[in-house]
Design a protein around this ligand. Structure first.
Ligand code: ACO
Length: 367
């Protein structure tokens, strides 16, 4: 059975920065309160012409560059987002088209902020089954468009950004070692974006009632997160007969500094073992774990051969964790330039649309 290794990683965040002071001009809050309760100082906000696919493509191409893998070699793309571009088509398909992943099947996976862990696990399972060799997992968010900028309980928390991993099959042991996935739908109403689905289709009333914004019982989410995070880490470690002493670092979902602090206490681990960047990006939901991973690698905190635990929680309710032996790119003789495929992808997409139009024109005439 092949092993599933993480061989590439990439992140992208929009340039515009929104500080706590900026938010204090929108709602009754202040920098001190936000920092004390959440650890957040600032977050990035997508420009008008940026979408989950735009951010996701940037992160994906960087991940392919690190892996030195052509997008045409990808068999599978899973995109996970709490702020997808549309209900359908899947954001994954838009990314597939734009990076030129001509043979990849692409779909979205929805598990709120735990999405990245669930998606990496699904991609790893597909690789381990032998049915595919190369997968791309993208977590991408433009949550700023679903936040009620008049609600101080939520608008202080979220930020925009994207992160991506490339996973590849190899006979060398390592990579994704274990994973746990959990859900509790009885807490579905704790964290929700109720409007726009088939339960509350878009109408004047749903807009009037603010159903198209994120709704959250902050205290309940806090309690839930601190309850499940530590336990999920221990469960994932137990699967591979490891303890917290065996791991180099934990990369948690970046929702709130105090939640991470509580998890560290529960696990009796020094906070220094946790990678934390919530101060600069806020909660980027499905993108937070890969963004923190890329920064951990850049800062020399995560190296080839290290054992790392990823842990996340979010709406659903969902939570999960995984133990990974970090690998890095598979050595290759030839240098690949995945970014060059974007031009080819744009051309291919244009030609396919044109052919579809011409075929449609003639088939309508022959009816
Ligand atoms: N600025 C100033 N005061 C505020 C603000 C604000 N931004 N927000 C709330 N307050 C006030 C409240 O009105 C309340 O005032 P009162 O005592 O006069 O009624 C007081 O501060 C305390 O409010 P709480 O809601 O009890 O504050 P709490 O300590 O619970 O912090 C927070 C709120 C930061 C949202 C916290 O509950 C939290 O972080 N929860 C977890 C959120 C989370 O992680 N969500 C995402 C998880 S999953 C995913 O990523 C999608």
């Amino acid at each position: 059975m092949p092993f599933a290794h993480v061989t590439g990683w990439g992140m992208y965040v929009p340039e515009p920065v929104l500080t706590n002071d900026d938010i204090s001009k929108l709602v009754d809050t202040n920098d001190q309160w936000i920092r004390d309760r959440t650890g957040i100082r600032e977050r990035r906000i997508a420009r008008e012409n940026e979408f989950p696919s735009t951010l996701g493509v940037e992160a994906a191409v960087k991940a392919l560059q690190v892996a030195n893998l052509a997008p045409t070699e990808l068999d599978l793309i899973i995109c996970t987002s709490s702020s997808p571009e549309y209900i359908f088509p899947a954001t994954a398909c838009i990314i597939q088209d734009q990076i030129g992943a001509t043979k990849a099947g692409a779909f979205d996976l929805q598990a709120a902020c735990t999405g990245f862990i669930f998606a990496v696990n699904m991609a790893a399972q597909a690789i381990r089954s032998g049915s595919i060799k190369n997968a791309l997992v993208v977590g991408t968010e433009v949550l700023s468009r679903f936040v009620n900028w008049k609600d101080r309980g939520t608008c202080i928390l979220f930020g925009d950004g994207a992160g991506a991993f490339v996973l590849q099959a190899s006979d060398i042991p390592g990579g994704i070692m274990s994973a746990v996935m959990h859900s509790d739908g009885s807490g579905a109403d704790t964290l929700t974006l109720p409007g726009g689905g088939s339960h509350f289709p878009a109408s004047e009333l749903t807009i009037h009632e603010g159903k198209h914004f994120v709704h959250m019982d902050g205290k309940e989410v806090f309690r839930f997160a601190t309850r499940v995070m530590g336990r999920a880490v221990l469960e994932a470690l137990e699967q591979v007969k490891m303890t917290t002493d065996d791991i180099h670092c934990i990369i948690p979902h970046q929702a709130n500094y105090r939640i991470i602090e509580t998890a560290a206490k529960y696990l009796k681990m020094p906070l220094e073992k946790f990678v934390i960047n919530v101060d600069r990006y806020g909660n980027t939901s499905t993108a937070s774990i890969p963004i923190a991973t890329v920064e951990a690698i850049q800062n020399g905190r995560l190296k080839s051969g290290d054992k790392v635990v990823f842990v996340g929680f979010g709406g659903g309710l969902t939570w999960g964790a995984m133990v990974v032996e970090w690998t890095g790119p598979i050595p290759a003789k030839k240098q690949i330039h995945p970014e060059q495929y974007r031009l080819f992808a744009r051309l291919r997409s244009f030609v396919r649309r044109a052919i579809r139009y011409i075929e449609g024109f003639f088939s309508r005439r022959s009816l």
